[in-house]
Design a protein around this ligand. Structure first.
Ligand code: PMP
Length: 319
């Protein structure tokens, strides 16, 4: 029987699930105090499930508005309760990270997006907070060493560093599961997904298997080596942008720059057109920036090699 035919409650798939969950815990340096779930609906489904499960009537949730997806997360939360933006850099079109806010300690949770995929900023150091911390790590999970135990919940749409679109990895500390609303339809309830061990309904067998292959690959390379390579790749590209008179980095504050998404602009429309044409000629695709920002974005996810970044820099230097 092929993988696509496997029953989701069969022994083979249960083994795939168990190995994947054990690898997530190993790579995150966390233990059985956390529950690992594979849920369908990608990242945005988590924008709904988090407030549905944790934002009860009397409480307020805090959100850090540091980019497009961070903003969308709080917009979804407004449907379910009191969600407040505690810090935002929207006014400057997210060209830097906002100041970390002082906050009241009785918040239901604080939601942060660790890497802002579209604008190219990243929180390299998240200050300590007494409030349960919930993080969207969709575009930087397993890209560098992180103290995952600081987060009550962290999640990632898997399509950047961890597999094929449509699936999300959700890791929840078990004390949060007890706070999870029980009056929800089962498909929306973390507690029910945990009780049913990620097979509440027909699981995305193929998607979880692809993510298992990614986890094995990450484990074999080691997070330390991955981080080192990601830093080399980003340094090469940012240095090339900063030293080339034809281009400018969108994020001026170096400490805020993302290692995963390098956003930059051409200094004239002529350079922009010529650079896009040269990229196409050299088989470099996907460098056009998101439509809300314009310019260019080079996404340096784990699968991108140093040599590929060198090729891109070579094309820039020929301009
Ligand atoms: N959060 C972040 C940080 C993202 O980059 C994305 C997608 N690019 C999402 C959430 C949404 O994920 P999905 O499209 O899987 O719903």
């Amino acid at each position: 029987m092929s993988l696509l035919e496997l029953p989701h409650r069969g022994k083979e798939f249960i083994e795939i699930l168990e190995e994947s969950k054990a690898l997530v815990k190993k790579l995150c340096g966390i233990g059985d105090e956390y529950e690992v779930l594979w849920l369908q609906g990608g990242g945005k489904m988590q924008f709904c499930m988090i407030p549905m499960n944790f934002l009860t009537d009397a409480r307020t949730a805090g959100y850090i508005d540091s980019g497009h997806w961070a903003h969308e997360a709080v917009e979804y939360a407004h449907y379910y309760g009191n969600a407040r933006i505690l810090a935002s850099s929207k006014e400057s079109n997210y060209s830097h990270l906002p100041e970390w806010p002082n906050m009241q300690t009785d918040l239901a949770y604080l939601h942060v997006t660790t890497n802002n995929t579209i604008y190219g900023t990243q929180w390299h150091n998240i200050p300590k907070t007494e409030v349960p911390l919930i993080a969207d790590m969709s575009s930087d999970i397993f890209s560098a060493k992180t103290d995952y135990s600081r987060f009550s919940v962290f999640y990632a749409a898997v399509q950047k560093n961890l597999g094929a679109a449509g699936l999300a990895l959700v890791v929840i500390r078990k004390d949060m599961l007890h706070k999870s609303q029980v009056v929800l339809p089962a498909m929306m309830s973390y507690a029910m997904h945990a009780r049913e061990k990620s097979v509440l309904n027909t699981a995305n067998v193929f998607g979880v298997y692809v993510s298992l292959l990614m986890l094995r690959w990450i484990d074999a390379r080691g997070i330390d080596a991955i981080e080192k390579e990601n830093k080399r790749k980003a340094a090469l590209l940012y240095d090339a942008i900063d030293s080339n008179g034809n281009f400018s980095a969108n994020i001026k504050e170096k400490a805020h720059r993302s290692l995963m998404n390098v956003c930059f602009s051409a200094n004239t429309p002529e350079v922009e057109q010529a650079f896009l044409a040269l990229c196409e000629k050299n088989n470099i695709t996907g460098v056009k920036g998101h439509r809300s920002v314009g310019g260019f974005r080079a996404s340096l996810y784990n699968a991108v090699t140093f040599e590929q970044v060198e090729e891109l820099v070579g094309v820039m230097n020929r301009m």
